[in-house]
Design a protein around this ligand. Structure first.
Ligand SMILES: [Zn+2]
Length: 134
């Protein structure tokens, strides 16, 4: 079962109302994406995170500490994935059928054990369009 069929089953059969995309701070993958060296096979996955980093470069200038940069990119990546889930045909169809599904972006800190709600939630196609345009 892949990720999409899990979402499809949850939405269409279980009729869940909330989907949580949860990332974590200090992510090694995000760290590797900031570094410029090549990592072979995982470069494909990393390039998506690199794109976010490049696109939002200005927001990183004020962050001098390397770990702050990584953590901020971890948050941005969660938000990007919330948008990606919202863009799946499964979710788009569900919203069109009037299902009330909310996609949330959360992030976990391994160092203090706390979950943080990024306050980045999408519950309709209109909201998705507004956020994706930013
Ligand atoms: Zn990670």
């Amino acid at each position: 079962m892949n990720c999409l069929s899990v979402i499809q089953y949850a939405v269409e059969v279980l009729k869940i109302k909330h989907i949580i995309v949860c990332g974590h701070y200090g992510c090694g993958g995000v760290k590797a994406a900031i570094e410029s060296k090549s990592h072979g096979l995982i470069d494909n996955w990393l390039s998506n995170i690199r794109d976010i980093y490049r696109k939002r470069q200005k927001e990183f200038h004020s962050l001098t500490d390397e770990s702050n940069k990584i953590d901020y990119l971890c948050e941005l990546n969660v938000m990007e994935q919330v948008i990606n889930v919202g863009n799946t045909t499964i979710i788009q169809n569900a919203w069109e059928k009037g299902f009330n599904i909310v996609i949330h972006g959360w992030i976990y800190s391994i160092s203090n054990g706390l979950l943080k709600d990024l306050d980045f939630s999408i519950s309709s196609i209109e909201e998705l369009k507004l956020l994706a345009d930013k």
